[in-house]
Write a new protein. Structure first.
Length: 140
């Protein structure tokens, strides 16, 4: 098997919980190769590098091999190489998010200046983030 549909491969290697989710992300233009959005039926081959936008993180994977069926979690590393930068993965860490918005108890309401700084922090870190498309149950 020299190539496979991109939606099938993403489901086989457990990037998405269901094939329908993989297809939906492809249809929405969130799965790319070399900056070009892929349709669900697009064929991929070993060596291809895929970018998958699953807000708030953008994952990058390199296809090592083509799987014939859905894999167990322990076997996934034989079929893909995760090239996602650490800065992107850090967006999922709850302690990192909580650290940015923590305020001491009893300090009262933020001043106007502090409020602007908090708003700027949120707007800079999550620019372009669409909460309507956020699906927290997705696997990676």
């Amino acid at each position: 098997m020299a190539s496979i549909r991109v939606d099938k491969w993403l489901w086989f290697v457990r990037v998405f919980k269901t094939r329908t989710l993989a297809t939906d992300y492809c249809t929405k233009g969130r799965v790319m190769r070399n900056g070009v959005a892929l349709k669900p039926a697009h064929e991929i081959q070993p060596g291809d590098t895929l970018t998958v936008r699953k807000p708030p993180v953008t994952y990058t994977f390199r296809v090592k091999e083509i799987a014939k069926s859905r894999l167990g979690a322990k076997l996934v590393e034989n079929y893909l190489e995760n090239l996602t930068p650490q800065e992107e993965l850090q967006k999922l860490d709850p302690s990192f998010i909580a650290f940015n918005v923590y305020r001491e108890r009893g300090t009262g309401r933020p001043t106007k200046k502090e409020r602007r700084e908090i708003d700027e922090l949120f707007n800079s870190g999550y620019s372009g983030f669409d909460w309507d498309d956020f699906e927290p149950d997705d696997e990676v």
